[in-house]
Design a protein around this ligand. Structure first.
Ligand code: ASP
Length: 341
């Protein structure tokens, strides 16, 4: 009895009432923690892209106070930019020369999510994913269904293949040997042909509400219909309102088989810092590859926790791309990435 009273008193001192405790324990999706957390937006890229993505995201956050609006605005910048060859318009195509997009979104306060995969002819894939989350009773819509859904919501159908992407594809096609998707040699030169990219935009709003987006055109030259990690919740993206957010880029097949982003969030829940958690997911990928570190693909993990600490780790050193960036009311800061190779 005394113990129970002590326990209730200590909850009271922490400002946690019994109904709130009940909601936490039962994972009531209406529960939004009100602990003081400073808003932030994080981008999985370094300085130059970071600035292009984070400044409009932050401006949107200040305008609407919605973290979902903010991360969507930041992601749309890359989706609409023809210069980026790994996301949205201008993305490198599949083996047929057709651009197809994968994107996902997740919102911590409701633990709700939405995604699209193999979406063709629509530039803002993450906005369609958001509509899957908010305007359907489903989590994932793919292929022709995703296109029809986007058109039903008024998205214009457009050709996503830029001249640059077409020429890159043509060169690949004309030089195909055994190094293609149909008969990949065990040690093919992925660094030369298997270009990827992707972007993660993660954020935390004024109420400590966590959210994230991952959007990509996927692996260059992929088999038609191949889906990567980006639209798969737990692989390319995962957020938990009590813990933080995580996103992944790089070889999706590795992230799917390790549940990379979910694993990262669970490591943070267990008390690991975002940086250590990112590094440990990369270690897990080495583990499932027989303990080898000299793999011929890259994976990069980024994350932040509810204290606003952030981390980034990749397999290969990628120059400016190894780092990530964060914006808060104090301005932008760079998160130096650690290469684990
Ligand atoms: N993760 C993406 C995919 O596998 C590609 C990438 O990020 O490079 O589709």
């Amino acid at each position: 009895m005394t113990k129970r009273r002590d326990f209730l008193q200590s909850l009271g001192m922490m400002g946690i009432s019994l109904p709130v405790l009940h909601k936490i324990l039962n994972r009531d999706s209406s529960y939004v923690p009100t602990t003081a957390a400073s808003p932030l937006v994080m981008c999985s890229r370094g300085e130059s892209w970071g600035k292009k993505v984070l400044e409009p995201a932050w401006a949107k956050f200040k305008e609407t106070n919605s973290i979902l609006d903010a991360i969507e605005a930041g992601s749309n910048v890359v989706e609409l930019d023809p210069e980026d060859t790994s996301v949205g318009y201008g993305g490198l195509p599949d083996e047929r020369g057709v651009v197809s997009l994968d994107a996902s979104i997740m919102y911590g306060p409701t633990y709700n999510c939405g995604s699209v995969a193999s979406l063709e002819n629509i530039k803002k894939a993450c906005s369609v994913a958001r509509l899957v989350m908010e305007r359907t009773d489903h989590s994932m819509i793919v292929g022709a269904g995703a296109l029809a859904f986007a058109k039903a919501h008024g998205f214009p159908e457009e050709n996503l293949l830029t001249e640059n992407a077409r020429l890159t594809w043509l060169e690949w096609k004309e030089n195909l040997s055994d190094n293609d998707d149909w008969l990949p040699p065990p040690d093919g030169d992925y660094k030369k042909f298997r270009k990827g990219g992707t972007i993660n935009v993660l954020g935390m709003g004024s109420e400590g509400d966590v959210a994230g987006i991952t959007t990509t055109s996927g692996l260059f030259g992929k088999i038609h219909g191949r889906i990567g990690d980006s639209p798969i919740i737990g692989a390319g993206l995962f957020v938990d309102n009590e813990v933080g957010a995580a996103g992944a880029t790089g070889r999706g097949e590795e992230l799917i088989r390790t549940c990379g982003s979910f694993l990262l969030v669970e490591k943070m829940r267990a008390g690991k810092s975002p940086q250590i958690a990112c590094e440990e997911v990369i270690e897990r990928i080495f583990y499932v590859n027989g303990g080898k570190k000299n793999v011929n693909f890259n994976v990069k993990m980024v994350a932040f926790n509810k204290d606003g600490d952030a981390g980034s780790a990749s397999i290969m050193p990628l120059g400016d791309n190894a780092s990530a960036s964060v914006i808060t009311a104090q301005g932008m800061r760079l998160i130096p990435g650690k290469s684990m190779m």
